[in-house]
Design a binder for this molecule. Structure first.
Ligand SMILES: [Zn+2]
Length: 430
């Protein structure tokens, strides 16, 4: 499949804008701007880029796609009530087939709002893998592990098998990690086994870390240390680690994250909705720590739209620092693209529009009332655009979404399945 996006303004390098053609062949970007090789390039398909801005596809570094059934199910409740009375009972009824359809719905939402890669942590990830394979999106799949259950070791073995079997699948679009859920659900004896397996199989770690005040209190009581120090002491960071949240950090924690090159997934809207707090992103960036954006699951957000995530994420940093120049638009876009790609281990393949990189590209239609006039297109992306301004989503050189139409999935069927399954899952609330 070869494709030309004609005469389009595009993000080139860090915050640079160029105008010209983007040439795509065999899943990769083969030409940018008005380079001479385009004279001999005869594409199978052309898209007119007039009035559009092309960006690298957005990278959602932390979500739980299969949780779409909990979207709007029980909002505005205290965190533990929300979890114990609503989310966990519902999740206890979720089947692998539910996760397949749930992940497809999440993928539909992500493709229609410009996300081309997502990092998922949930259960029955082989079913999530099927959804990724069929839909054409790119994903890092991680099977959440709870170390407190009787069958924890059997689960670990199962997820290691999954991670080995599925990495590189879907034409290389799937990669995998091991995902011990959080310090308070995975005791050190269990973590030892997880890390042993991570080392033996060369698998990175994906973990929730320092998310809530409750977690901080519990870790202090149980271990006398912060979650980050706990993870450092038991050797988590000897493996490439993607840490979600990192809201509550002291100076020592930040130094550890820097020294061990831990990637941080910033989930501002989930942290706001669950009243968890604000991650010190400006400080982390000043220290040179790699950060990407995540939406977290649809139960605690309640959408997977990276555009609102970027806007809120920037505003939140401005508010807590009382400096309106903090986390500016250009930086935000970098975090949502190259930054995210870096912390999930795909920095050399995706995250920027560069010759030789995979063609994961989105086109935003800027010809809209709420986007007029245009002074600075990048400021528009963060402060004025919505996910619904995405006109076209391309992954691995294939058009997956264009002008409201999904090319790789039957979205009406997906929505029908979700409505039917939600009825069963929510029949009794407690
Ligand atoms: Zn999460």
């Amino acid at each position: 499949m070869s494709l030309k996006i004609k005469n389009v303004e595009f993000l080139h390098g860090e915050n640079g804008l160029s105008k010209g053609d983007i040439l795509i062949e065999n899943g990769k970007i083969v030409g940018l701007n008005n380079e001479k090789e385009q004279t001999s390039f005869v594409p199978e398909r052309e898209i007119d880029g007039e009035n559009c801005l092309a960006l690298p596809g957005l990278v959602n570094c932390h979500t739980h796609a299969g949780m779409v059934y909990t979207r709007g199910y029980a909002d505005d409740k205290p965190l533990m009530t929300w979890l114990e009375d609503y989310i966990w009972p519902l999740e206890a009824r979720i089947t692998p087939e539910d996760i397949y359809w749930g992940t497809l719905l999440a993928i539909s939402e992500m493709l229609a709002s410009g996300t081309t890669t997502f990092t998922d942590m949930y259960f029955a990830m082989d079913k999530a893998g099927e959804a990724v394979e069929q839909s054409g999106i790119r994903a890092v799949l991680t099977w959440g592990l709870i170390g407190l259950q009787d069958n924890a070791i059997a689960q670990l073995e199962k997820t290691v098998d999954f991670a080995r079997e599925w990495r590189g699948k879907a034409n290389g679009r799937i990669s995998t990690m091991l995902a011990p859920h959080a310090p308070y659900t995975c005791p050190p004896s269990f973590m030892d086994k997880v890390l042993q397996n991570a080392g033996q199989n060369n698998l990175p770690i994906h973990i929730h870390l320092a998310e809530t005040r409750e977690e901080m209190e519990q870790m202090e009581k149980e271990y006398g240390k912060s979650p980050v120090k706990w993870a450092f002491d038991i050797g988590v960071f000897e493996h490439k680690t993607l840490a979600a949240h990192c809201v509550h950090l002291n100076e020592e924690d930040i130094d550890i994250l820097k020294e061990k090159q831990v990637g941080v997934a910033y989930n501002p809207q989930s942290n706001m909705k669950l009243a968890s707090g604000v991650a010190p992103i400006v400080k982390l960036l000043e220290k040179g720590i790699n950060v990407g954006f995540g939406t977290d699951g649809p139960g605690s957000n309640n959408s997977l739209d990276m555009f609102t995530e970027m806007k809120m994420g920037s505003f939140l940093q401005k508010v807590i620092s009382k400096k309106s120049q903090n986390l500016p638009a250009g930086t935000v876009i970098n975090l949502a693209t190259t930054g995210g790609a870096e912390i999930i281990g795909l920095g050399s393949e995706i995250g920027s529009l560069q010759k030789g990189k995979k063609a994961d590209i989105i086109l935003l239609n800027l010809d809209k009332p709420h986007l007029t006039p245009v002074f600075d297109p990048l400021a528009h992306v963060v402060y004025s655009c919505r996910g619904s301004d995405v006109q076209t989503t391309i992954v691995d050189g294939s058009i997956l979404y264009h002008k409201g139409e999904f090319y790789s999935l039957d979205v009406e069927k997906v929505k029908w399945e979700i409505r039917k399954r939600t009825e069963r899952l929510t029949k009794s609330k407690k």
